[in-house]
Each structure stands twice: as structure tokens, then as C-alpha cells.
Design a protein around this ligand. Sequence first.
Ligand code: HPA
Length: 236
Amino acid sequence: MTIPTPHINVSEKGIIAETVLMPGDPLRAKFIAETYLDNPVEFNNVRNMFGYTGSYKGKKISIMGSGMGMPSIGIYSYELIHFYGVKNIIRIGSCGAIQEDIKIRDIVIGISASTNSNYASQYELPGTFAPTASWTLAKKAIDMAESKGIPTRVGNILSSDIFYDDDPDTWRKWARMGVLAIEMEAAALYMNAARAGANALCILTVSDSLVSHEVTTSEERQTSFTNMMEIALELA
Ligand code: HPA
């Protein structure tokens, strides 16, 4: 396959930065690019999955939506890494907390991503694979958060294929294993990066709690979102 790829309408290398931040929502990507980047230029609009390249504190960085779920982030991260020379992908998203001591608005860094998905079966491994974040990116993000006085929780997250589970208590089994929170993309991103020798990380804000049934107000979401962005943008 050559560029442009089926899902990213860019026919030259170098237009997309080596580091890409990926929120799930493409309009969120647009908002981030317009709010935080200098000279953002749109590079993709295929299926309205907007992508932008600009600079942050003088460093080139791209922001592009991933869509929801592992098939979607699987497609976009694969094309970015294999066809556009992307080296670092940082997912920035939201998650549902499944531990009592993780509260809405907290920031969770997924050092590993357990999953109920079958994504790893393509690698035909003689066992189970542990999708893991890049230690370099994770350490940088944790150090950055500490230096800014932003508290984070670092641990195992669950990348689930199911948002509306037939059994509403399934999450409790993952919680028993110490998993911090549920989202829907990180495991596929970590596997694509691992297979290609690239770096990936997932930083999340807690939007709801399956334990307390609390949800964030839009105001609260904004504060934790800003904190998460301050960490993620410094990874360029
Ligand atoms: N489940 C899966 N993904 C999510 C959730 C959740 O409860 N909250 C935010 N993203």
C-alpha cells in the first residue's frame, strides 16, 4: 500500500509530525489544535476524522481523532505508524473508574491495558500478550505531571469492546484484579505500537465512576481536560 492511505488523505511524508496526540472525538482534535497549537493546519478530513499539524512551544506536533473503539484506533494508528513515519502516539481520552479510590476528574495513566478484545489473535502468539505503554513516554508524562503538581494514578486499565455490557457487573471482576478504569482503545494502540517498534501511551481523565455512579459536570471535565492536555502536549 502507498500513501495516501484509505483513511488519511495525505500524500507526502513530513506533513504529519512524529508525535501525534489522539483524542477519540475528531471535533476535540480540532478544538485542541485551535486552542493549544501555533499555526495549526488541517491534514485530514476523510470521514470527518480531522487531523492537524502545528507546533507547541516550538515543537512540531499533530493531533488527530481516533474514533471510538479498538477497530477504529487500530486503523488510524496503523496507518500513521506504517505509512507516515509516526513514532509516538499518545491517546488522550476519558474513562470510567472501577476503583473506589479513583474519583471523577482524576487523571489515569495506563501503563498496561488488559482487554476483552480478540485483537492480539492476529499475532498468533503461543500465549497471552500484555499490551504495555512506552516506558519512556510514561515516565516523561509522570515526571511532567509531578513537576506541575498534577496528581495521577498509574496502573493497568481495561480496553473493552463493550460499553453497554449485558451483565452490568462484569467490571467488578477486573476491579478485583486491580484494574483502575475502563476505556475502549488503548490495548489496540499498544499492540500496534509494539508490533511496529513505535511508542504509545494512554492518558485519561475519569469522566464517570462505575463504583459511585458519579459523572462529571462539563465544568469539571474542562479542568481535568486542561490538566491532561498540559501533560500530553509536553511529550512532543
Ligand atoms: N466504559 C468504557 N469507556 C468509557 C467509560 C466506561 O464506563 N467511561 C468513559 N469511557
